[in-house]
Design a protein around this ligand. Structure first.
Ligand SMILES: NC(=O)c1ccc[n+]([C@@H]2O[C@H](COP(=O)([O-])OP(=O)(O)OC[C@H]3O[C@@H](n4cnc5c(N)ncnc54)[C@H](OP(=O)(O)O)[C@@H]3O)[C@@H](O)[C@H]2O)c1
Length: 256
């Protein structure tokens, strides 16, 4: 655990006694966020993705695998959370990816459905099913991972992914009003271009270098840059009066 926590650079008791559920935590942003919550005292119930690797196992108290394009596997994940916890203080809906770059005129029905199932429907289904456990926490927080592309439309081949992230952004705002009476705050972290497997898969070196040059802070983001934003929005002590907002973490790539 020490390596990951040192990388993240957080420690403390901000989440002592709290149960944190995080999805898509096997790599990248999710792994960094899971490590940060653990370092700050949280009990971490992690969905790894389709695997729970050794780094995640170091920081997770419970680790589950599930393919979120399958409703049955989403249900199994939710059942595991219910078996492992009688309340949830923080839900981080982070699992997602582009799946591929698909030109709009070539996109197949199957590709379209997979992108929507993973990036959009899984967030709705998991949130719906965990609201009873979040309501039991007294004060709780949901933080969803959206994307800069929800606001800009993204780059070629990512139209459905970007639109699904825009759905999650609007869904987060709507839920903030609806769940306020349950003392559940709902916010989003909107990453810019963060160096994870995501861009190693879908963006060329040249594209990334061009993007870097366009960013006012003159560098691409690291997963740790996002972790602080998740901790802040999840903490009732720090962000107890913030709901319905998206925190853009992008080095100034989008200033609007
Ligand atoms: N990196 C960026 O620049 C950037 C920018 C904006 C938004 N985001 C968002 O940030 C979140 C984290 O992405 P990341 O950059 O950290 O990329 P990442 O390292 O590829 O992490 C994505 C996570 O989602 C999981 N996942 C992918 N397909 C899945 C499936 N079918 N079922 C269940 N889980 C699945 C992955 O697990 P497995 O692959 O092991 O299944 C992994 O844990 C995503 O929602 C992404 O859309 C990233």
């Amino acid at each position: 655990m020490s390596t990951l926590i040192n990388n993240v650079g957080f420690a403390g008791d901000l989440f002592d006694g709290q149960t944190i559920v995080i999805t898509g935590a096997n790599s990248g942003i999710g792994l960094s966020v899971a490590g940060a919550f653990k370092a700050c005292g949280g009990r971490v119930i992690a969905h790894g993705g389709r695997q729970c690797g050794p780094q995640l196992k170091e920081v997770a108290d419970v680790c589950v695998t599930a393919d979120f394009t399958s409703k049955d596997e989403i249900k199994q994940f939710v059942d595991t959370v219910f078996n492992a916890a009688n309340k949830v203080d923080v839900l981080i809906n982070n699992a997602g990816t582009m799946i591929g770059r698909f030109p709009a005129d070539e996109l197949t029905d199957e590709q379209y459905q997979r992108i929507v199932d993973l990036n959009q429907s899984s967030v709705v289904l998991i949130t719906r099913d965990l609201i009873p456990l979040l309501s039991k926490a007294g004060t709780a927080a949901i933080v969803n991972t959206t994307s800069i592309s929800a606001r800009t439309g993204g780059s070629p081949g990512s139209s459905v992914y970007s639109a699904a992230k825009a759905f999650v952004a609007a869904y987060s705002k709507a839920l903030a009003r609806e769940l306020a009476p349950n003392n559940i705050r709902v916010n989003a972290v909107s990453p810019g271009t963060i160096l994870t497997d995501f861009h190693r898969r879908y963006s060329s070196e040249e594209k990334l270098e061009k993007t870097r040059q366009s960013i006012p802070l003159n560098r691409l983001g690291e997963p740790q840059d996002c972790a602080a934003a998740f901790l802040f929005l999840a903490s009732h002590k720090l962000a107890g009066y913030i709901t319905g907002q998206a925190l853009e973490v992008n080095g100034g790539q989008l200033i609007a």
